[in-house]
Design a protein around this ligand. Structure first.
Ligand code: SAH
Length: 518
């Protein structure tokens, strides 16, 4: 027999009223529940019919009754499964449907508003668990409910197939940079330095920092017979920082706080180091070019397999005067503005309002922007992003490491505290569904290099977010920032190099008109 929705009304009342069906003496046994329900409702069922009724009830109540086995209609009472769990919210939803009302499931109150989502419901676990008490004080129900809630959370938090595929893709396409440990045995570094570095015959190199690594390694190898096995193995496997002893070095002063970024390296009396990388650079190339998992993701897998990435492009210009529309649109932008931070910098800076009034809205219809900011400029940066039409989605930081791979404690910036990190605001424009999310984290730990130079890791992150083939722009970039797939603009770049025909054409046109006009 096929039941109608309204036929289940009395069973809903029955379950809500009898809060001890799973408990003694019923223990969820169907052959007891059946007769109890018949007595309650005045309906008549055979055992077999009652099982059919339960099967259909579960269909309309979203599987609110759980049994310890599959429900199969049978006349053999002993073989019927036992009811082990009642999903109260499911029963209440059905009750509301029967009454033609909308239920606010977190309070069990009927409302005329739109229904509260299951998500809202499970986000208020305390309230809902308490509300179970009126059904059954039995802890098995509460526990089983908790269990169910956990499963729900797990489901909600489970990465989507797309995320998993993107992670898999990222794993295959990102070269694994070997991680070398640093040797902390001073005696090792001192010994290696005396054998390979602190020699008179290197005077023609000027600074000892300039001695090529392989020359030092060759010298150490010549002394192999007098080096202990332990030191030799360590020299092969770990990074060593060899103390550089110059005539002017005063060992009592200790380490130079700027180390390899010291501006007065040639005369500095503090101790400096030469970085000797491990001899066994087992650069295993983990990217298997044949293992492209092309067919699955949105992104750029397919193009990655069969199309070359655009070679690096750059334009030397003053960004304040370059007409942005000639550049076209970009999926991602990195901008490291020369903020006027009242510090002496080896390049010119821009005023806040000059930066804010850049026509950034021309560069993206939808996509991401990463804006480097420091101290005071964090606030200006936020304002700028909002003004340019972005929502600020994230903030990343770069934790700066010094030459010895330790956190910088005496940075050159910071008025009150020494700055050991830099901030990057991440803005989003439009709703770019093609962005590969949840691959990277918002913290990058990486050594410092030249003044203002940012770690390459950020380019890799952007490329994973928007794909290697999409158009990407760096504003205020320098020669060392140029990269395949990127257009770099800035006033310290060497000349112009463009390969995209449209961009080239528009740029030439602009140049012609600007020279004719001037
Ligand atoms: N992110 C870069 C450093 C950028 S420093 C890196 O990783 O190396 C800021 C750069 O912006 C400097 O090269 C500076 O010369 C340049 N710059 C300053 N004002 C500019 C302007 N009006 N137009 C173009 N470039 C400018």
């Amino acid at each position: 027999m096929i039941y109608d929705l309204k036929d289940f009304g009395s069973f809903v009342q029955f379950i809500l009223k009898h809060n001890d069906l799973l408990d003694t003496p019923v223990y969820g046994q169907i052959w007891i529940i059946g007769p109890l329900f018949q007595e309650y409702s005045g309906l008549k069922f055979t055992n077999e019919e009652f099982v059919w009724f339960l099967i259909q009830f579960n269909m309309v109540s979203g599987g609110s009754l759980k049994f310890d086995n599959v429900l199969i209609p049978s006349t053999n009472l002993q073989s019927l499964p036992k009811l082990v769990w009642i999903n109260l919210p499911g029963i209440l939803i059905l009750q509301s449907r029967l009454q033609g009302k909308v239920l606010d499931i977190s309070t069990h109150r009927e409302t005329t508003n739109s229904p509260t989502s299951v998500l809202d419901f499970i986000q208020q676990p305390d309230k809902t668990i308490k509300s179970y008490d009126f059904l059954s004080p039995d802890t098995t129900i509460v526990n089983s409910f908790k269990f169910d809630k956990d499963i729900l959370f797990q489901l909600l938090n489970r990465p989507t197939s797309r995320t998993q595929l993107n992670k898999d893709k990222a794993k295959r396409h990102i070269p694994e940079i070997p991680f070398y440990h640093v040797c902390n045995e001073q005696a090792h570094s001192q010994l290696l330095a005396s054998m390979g570095l602190n020699k008179k015959e290197y005077s023609h190199f000027g600074s000892k920092h300039n001695i090529p690594e392989d020359i030092i390694i060759q010298r150490i190898l010549k002394c192999k017979s007098i080096i202990s096995n332990e030191v030799f193995r360590c020299f092969q496997e770990k990074i060593h920082f060899l103390p550089i002893i110059n005539n002017h070095t005063d060992l009592n002063l200790g380490d130079c706080s700027y180390l390899d970024t010291c501006h007065k390296m040639k005369t500095c009396r503090y101790l400096h180091y030469y970085t000797l990388n491990p001899m066994q650079k087992n650069q295993k190339d983990t990217i298997d070019s044949k293992s492209n998992n092309s067919e699955y993701t949105l992104g750029d897998c397919f193009s990655q397999a069969c199309r070359e990435v655009q070679p690096p492009q750059w334009i030397n210009c003053d960004v304040r005067y370059l007409p942005f529309p000639i550049l076209g649109k970009f999926a991602a932008i990195i901008s490291d503005p020369a903020w006027d931070i009242h510090m002496s910098l080896p390049y010119g800076t821009c005023k806040d309002d000059e930066l804010l009034s850049l026509p950034m809205h021309e560069l993206q219809d939808e996509g991401i922007i990463m804006l480097w900011v420091t101290g005071r400029s964090i606030e200006v940066g936020r304002r700028a992003l909002l003004k340019w039409g972005y929502k600020i989605y994230d903030e990343m930081i770069w934790i700066k490491l010094n030459q010895l791979r330790r956190t910088i404690v005496t940075g050159r910036t910071g008025h009150w505290l020494n700055h050991s990190k830099e901030h990057l605001l991440v803005g989003l424009k439009g709703d770019p569904i093609w962005i590969n999310k949840k691959i990277d984290t918002d913290v990058v730990v990486s050594p410092t290099r030249e003044t203002s130079r940012k770690p390459d890791e950020f380019y890799d992150i952007v490329e994973r977010l928007v794909g290697k083939h999409s158009r990407k722009l760096e504003i205020f970039g320098r020669d060392h920032n140029t990269r395949p797939g990127w257009l770099t603009i800035g006033n310290q770049l060497q000349g112009v190099s463009l390969t995209e025909p449209e961009l080239k054409h528009k740029y030439e046109l602009y140049k012609q008109t600007s020279t004719t006009n001037s």
